[in-house]
Design a protein around this ligand. Structure first.
Ligand SMILES: [Zn+2]
Ligand SMILES: [Zn+2]
Length: 208
């Protein structure tokens, strides 16, 4: 794993970003602190200064967890599922990859497991471990908080922001599938849940 040294992050104002992410998320928590700091370091590493302005169309993030920090990443980067600029990889890991679409530069930022223990050592007088983490994560060095690796990410045209490349009707349920998520089997075309177990099971008849 190549370890990179984070650049100076002077273009990002941590307290303001934390305030905004806590507002959007609904509360201040260790995940907000971590997510904001992950985003600052990740964006800086790929050379993004103005994620919600000039660089708006130049970033995609891959989040590997659906936890508090995910909202912080959305808040700082401006990337979201709805804009197709945030991809959710259900790995259950506290890690986020930041991709610069124009240069192809990408870094994966992983929260270090030992940062939890270190946080306690920073504030031994705080009994509640979440409170200790919250305060410690604000001041711990990037090296103590994160591992950073340079990565290559291939993003397919059907996963890019913009209009859907196509819409196709499932031959089993009749529902439409866009963005090339259809499945071809024995000369027929299906949606994913019709070829394997989906997350839902229909109960009785359609309501309308
Ligand atoms: Zn939270
Ligand atoms: Zn179907």
């Amino acid at each position: 794993m190549a370890k990179l040294k984070a650049l100076g992050n002077t273009q990002f104002h941590f307290p303001d970003l934390l305030k905004e992410s806590s507002r959007l998320h609904g509360h201040l928590c260790p995940g907000q602190v971590l997510g904001v700091r992950m985003s600052i370091v990740g964006l800086a590493e790929i050379g993004i200064c103005d994620p919600k302005g000039d660089d708006r169309k130049r970033i995609i993030v891959f989040v590997e967890m659906d936890r508090c920090a995910t909202d912080a990443v959305q808040s700082v980067t401006g990337c979201s599922l709805g804009h197709r600029t945030m991809k959710f990889m259900d790995y259950g890991k506290m890690a986020v990859t930041f991709v610069h679409l124009k240069t192809g530069k990408a870094v994966r930022v992983i929260a270090r497991e030992d940062s939890r223990q270190k946080a306690k050592e920073y504030f031994p007088e705080i009994e509640n471990k979440y409170e200790a983490q919250l305060e410690a994560y604000k001041i711990m060095s990037e090296e103590d908080l994160f591992d950073i690796m340079e990565v290559h990410v291939k993003i397919n045209p059907q996963d890019m922001p913009g209009r859907p490349l196509r819409r196709i009707q499932c031959e089993s349920c009749g529902e439409y599938v866009q963005d090339m998520r259809e499945v071809y089997r024995e000369g027929k075309v299906f949606c994913r849940p019709c070829t394997a177990a989906g997350y839902y099971e229909p109960v009785g008849h359609a309501i309308s």
